[in-house]
Write a protein that binds this ligand. Structure first.
Ligand SMILES: Nc1ncnc2c1ncn2[C@@H]1O[C@H](COP(=O)(O)OP(=O)(O)OP(=O)(O)O)[C@@H](O)[C@H]1O
Ligand SMILES: [Mg+2]
Length: 336
């Protein structure tokens, strides 16, 4: 069933990029929301679109839908110019925003029928399409309840069903899981992941674990400009700088002296004492736990750390390198 609704849609315009954003700028009065944003999205990519509040994510998505006009630059969707060919663009896009506007007294079924009409879906295919959207989004049990009575997670699934109804090639999701509880977030994430196997998706979100779990690529913007673009794990390795956890017996040197010595090593960006909890079995008395962060271009400091311990006569009980996370990348690239 999912297969039928979620066809691997080929745009009429051919096999070129599904989204092309070229030097897109947007001013609101004196506020410059976007500065010459440029990126492309290939067919089948699931893009995590990240950035702090006010970075320009919603503005970018609204420029792609044609809801806003750019101050300068151009956006193409499936090869169609957003302003010159807005009807074609609307055909290619499905949009879900943070809070899908739904009429509380209408049922999900009525919403679906209404949008099918609005989208001019062939009446002979309508019932089938609606049935498919209902199945994909798991709405069967709530079809005839008033939408206002549904949980926020269910309402977001109704929004997703509406966005999928015309089988668009590209889905734009602007913080679809905002305000949902962890279970609803997981459900919606699974759904987006399933949909992402068949469609090109831009997912704007603040939930970084969601991106790590769902997206094949990450674009981070800050202050209207792209600050990172790549595959999640590659970005973490490239930008976050490796971090190390050490458990050290310093002998006659205390925690402060250990930290000071480690700070002096080349390639070290930051050193901090870490709480001993979670450091494995009860650590020996006098042992200190230290976290060390390397500069981004220094990928391996293990040898330096070992030699430092040896030269100071410390006993190095543990040395390990937890993988960098998107959160590290995000913090580093978007902090003021
Ligand atoms: N209609 C508008 N009028 C004036 N300023 C606007 C308008 N829309 C957005 N802005 C400004 O443009 C900038 C980018 O806003 P945008 O909503 O795109 O950010 P965002 O990345 O979506 O943030 P959030 O994570 O909070 O949703 C902000 O400075 C915002 O105040
Ligand atoms: Mg926003």
């Amino acid at each position: 069933m999912i297969q039928r609704l979620l066809t691997d849609t080929y745009p009429a315009a051919g096999a070129g990029p599904m989204v092309q954003v070229r030097k897109l700028s947007k001013h609101f009065g004196r506020v410059q929301a976007l500065r010459e944003l440029t990126f492309e999205l290939r067919r089948g990519e699931v893009l995590g679109f990240l950035g702090p509040n006010g970075a320009g994510k919603t503005t970018t998505l609204r420029l792609l839908t044609g809801y806003l006009r750019p101050t300068s630059g151009q956006a193409l969707v499936a090869g169609y110019d957003v302003h010159e060919q807005s009807l074609e663009v609307r055909r290619q896009l499905g949009v879900v925003s943070e809070d899908t506007p739904l009429s509380p007294e209408m049922t999900p079924l009525e919403h679906l029928q209404f949008v099918a009409e609005l989208r001019r879906i062939d009446p002979r295919a309508r019932e089938q399409r609606i049935g498919d959207a209902v199945e994909v989004c798991g709405l069967f049990d709530v079809l005839t309840r008033a939408t206002g009575e549904l949980s926020k997670g269910l309402r977001q699934r109704v929004g997703l069903a509406l966005a999928l109804l015309h089988d668009p090639a590209i889905l734009l999701l602007d913080e679809p899981t905002s305000g949902l509880d962890p279970n609803q977030i997981r459900e919606l994430r699974e759904l987006i992941r399933a949909i992402g196997r068949h469609k090109t998706v831009i997912l704007s979100t603040h939930v970084l674990s969601e991106v790590q779990a769902t997206c094949s690529r990450v674009l981070i913007i800050s202050d209207g400009e792209i600050v990172a673009d790549g595959e999640p794990h590659a970005l973490a390795a490239q930008h976050a700088g490796a971090s190390y956890q050490l458990l050290v017996e310093g002998g006659h040197e205390d925690g402060a002296a250990i930290v000071a010595a480690l700070r002096g090593l080349p390639g070290v960006e930051q050193v901090a004492l870490a709480p001993l909890v979670g450091a494995g079995a009860m650590p020996p008395r006098g042992a200190v736990s230290v976290s060390v962060r390397a500069l981004p271009d220094r990928t391996d400091l293990r040898r330096e750390l070992f030699c430092c311990a040896r030269d100071h006569g410390w006993v190095l009980l543990e040395l390990h390198r937890p993988p960098a996370t998107l959160e590290d990348v995000f913090r580093r690239l978007t902090a003021d």
